[in-house]
Design a protein around this ligand. Structure first.
Ligand code: ASP
Length: 283
């Protein structure tokens, strides 16, 4: 079973979202995790927009930030021709942004994207508050989370889960930034996934800044990836790789825009298998 995570860079445009539905998702993707939508319109990530909303203390000014934030989501709903009535969802989101604590406010981006995309992708929305549980020391209670995730995977054929947050004693609790990677890794761990796909706007991992397109890696061992991380090349969250490594689940970093190619991070013994697969794909 494959777990797929779509980051905000792969949820920037309506074209990308349509492509995910028609070309990427299939019945193998039983559990899918999404970040908040890409926030190009705001010139920053939607989570950063939410930080601004949280920090604003004057209610009118808060609303002046919330209104375009929700309008942006409404535009996506319209462009995707979603049919459901989202007025209740928007009411709830507004309440979370106005009255919620920091974690609740910031989780609104993922909560909205997952709810909207669950309709568009025709998947069951399963809230991460029902799947990811934190312990007192802020780490994931992996035993409790695994049991809940396994349960959900048996109950629902295709689940869509918001990344970035979980539950601590009945309240929303966030991972660190980029934490949707971890949500998907915990799910992959719990269901013993055969592969963890992490879809981005880059076709894989390069030896330096991914934008400079220097040396491209087809395959990286977990250890080599950690080394790159220590040099500042942060494509996947370290904690996500930690969970995958515990069960030797390979991670494929791939691009929604260019498809096919992708860097696999895994155990060295998996190298041949994944390189062979790539070449046979290339024909
Ligand atoms: N939206 C959150 C962030 O910007 C989590 C994520 O994207 O993984 O950090």
């Amino acid at each position: 079973m494959i777990v797929a995570k779509f980051g905000s860079s792969s949820l920037q445009t309506i074209e990308q979202i349509k492509k995910i539905k028609s070309q990427i998702l299939d019945s193998d993707h039983q559990m899918v995790v999404v970040s908040a939508f890409g926030g190009d319109k705001f010139g920053k990530k939607l989570t950063d927009v939410l930080i601004g909303i949280y920090q604003e203390t004057i209610i009118e000014k808060k609303m002046a930030l919330i209104t375009p934030f929700l309008a942006y989501h409404q535009d996506i709903i319209s462009a995707l021709k979603c049919q459901k009535d989202y007025s209740q969802l928007f009411k709830e989101a507004t309440n979370r942004m106005l009255n919620g604590d920091y974690d609740t406010c910031l989780a609104t981006g993922e909560y909205l994207s997952a709810t909207i995309l669950s309709e568009y992708f025709e998947m069951t929305f399963v809230d991460s508050r029902q799947l990811i549980f934190f312990s007192k020391d802020q780490t994931v209670d992996i035993k409790r989370s695994s049991a809940a995730i396994l349960d959900a995977s048996k109950q629902h054929r295709r689940c869509l889960v918001p990344g970035f947050y979980g539950d601590y004693k009945g309240n929303i609790h966030l991972f660190t930034r980029g934490g949707s990677d971890i949500t998907a890794a915990v799910i992959a761990y719990a269901i013993d996934a055969t592969l963890y796909e992490n879809w981005k706007d880059t076709d894989g991992i390069y030896n330096d800044d991914i934008k400079t397109h220097k040396v491209y890696y087809d395959f990286l061992s977990y250890e080599s990836y950690y080394k790159l991380l220590s040099l500042g090349n942060r494509v996947i969250h370290k904690e996500a790789v930690d969970f995958a490594q515990l069960k030797e689940i390979p991670i494929r970093v791939c691009s929604v825009d260019t498809g096919g190619r992708g860097t696999v991070i895994g155990n060295v013994s998996q190298r041949e298998k994944y390189l062979k697969r790539r070449f046979s794909c290339a024909g």
